[in-house]
Ligand binder design. Structure first.
Ligand code: KMH
Ligand code: ZN
Length: 276
């Protein structure tokens, strides 16, 4: 394991602009954030977008404009969220793929999500996975609980490898309703990942106060990092996050300390089997 893939998830669907003014919600804000995060060491951007009122949306036109703008302005790998918000219907989530991203998220099961339910039926998962295979979109399999890795094993066994042949997983830890953001839970996932195809890579993110323990555990276990204001809005006790760049800079520092410096987007494409 040579370097660290750093994914930035700058916006998410859960925080409001009113509560978190530093959240990038317009296309201009998102592009500016993406450029700065790339300069700091991010290689992938995990994208949720907002509408004119700064509310989460899966609007097709906006998604297409976003993919185009990020491609024109950065070398980052653009990964659209197919998860959206917990209220988004399955049809709209599948239609995210029509915006032509190189990567998209693909969640491996239903999970309680705070006060809501993040619904991911088996048939929906198969549909999403199959459409991505057909279109050459590389999935990032989102894992909110240990058993979802078994679901991924079942999916790959029944429906084949993703486009490019490489399997990449993201552990989303510490969601109220999902697995805890602890080193013990991360090690349990890392053990289960050994049952997936050889060479499977993983990143991890810890929501809220589990951010730092999960980063350190992931680096120690050979994993990569996802950071950003989708997952973390408090930098330290009593200190709101000032920007996504602050979180990326901290992740870069940790990765360098671990002697696994950030991989560029080009190196990350090679690792994940994404065409240049
Ligand atoms: N916003 C969550 C309900 C994803 O992006 O694929 C789902 C989520 C996962 O963030
Ligand atoms: Zn997301």
């Amino acid at each position: 394991m040579t370097g660290t893939v750093i994914t930035v998830a700058p916006t998410g669907a859960e925080s409001s602009k009113a509560d978190v003014p530093a959240l990038p919600v317009t296309l201009d804000e998102l592009v500016a954030t993406a450029k700065e995060c790339e300069a700091l060491g991010a290689a992938i951007i995990h994208v949720h977008i907002r509408d004119a009122e700064a509310e989460p949306t899966l609007d097709q036109g906006r998604l297409r404009d976003t993919v185009r703008a990020l491609r024109e302005s950065t070398g980052l790998i653009v990964q659209l969220s197919s998860g959206g918000a917990v209220t988004d219907p399955e049809g709209d989530r599948l239609a995210v793929l029509d915006a032509g991203p190189e990567m998209a998220s693909c969640t491996m099961g239903t999970v309680n999500f705070g006060d809501g339910v993040f619904l991911n039926r088996w048939e929906f998962i198969v549909d999403l996975h199959t459409r991505m295979q057909e279109r050459g979109i590389v999935p990032e399999y989102e894992i909110f609980d240990l058993g979802q890795l078994t679901t991924l094993q079942r999916l790959l066994g029944k429906h084949g490898l993703p486009s490019g042949g490489h399997v990449h997983v993201d552990l989303v830890m510490g969601v109220p309703g999902g697995m805890p953001g602890t080193a013990a839970a991360l090690v349990a996932c890392e053990q289960a990942i050994r049952d997936l195809p050889e060479g499977t890579t993983f990143s991890a993110t810890g929501i809220g106060r589990s951010t730092i323990p999960v980063m350190l555990a992931s680096l120690s276990a050979g994993g990569h990092l996802r950071v950003g204001m989708e997952d973390t809005i408090t930098y330290a006790k009593g200190r709101p996050v000032e920007s996504n760049m602050q979180l990326v800079a901290r992740a870069v520092g940790f990765a360098q300390l671990a002697q696994r410096p950030p991989l560029t987007a080009r190196e990350t494409r090679e690792l994940l089997g994404i065409p240049a």
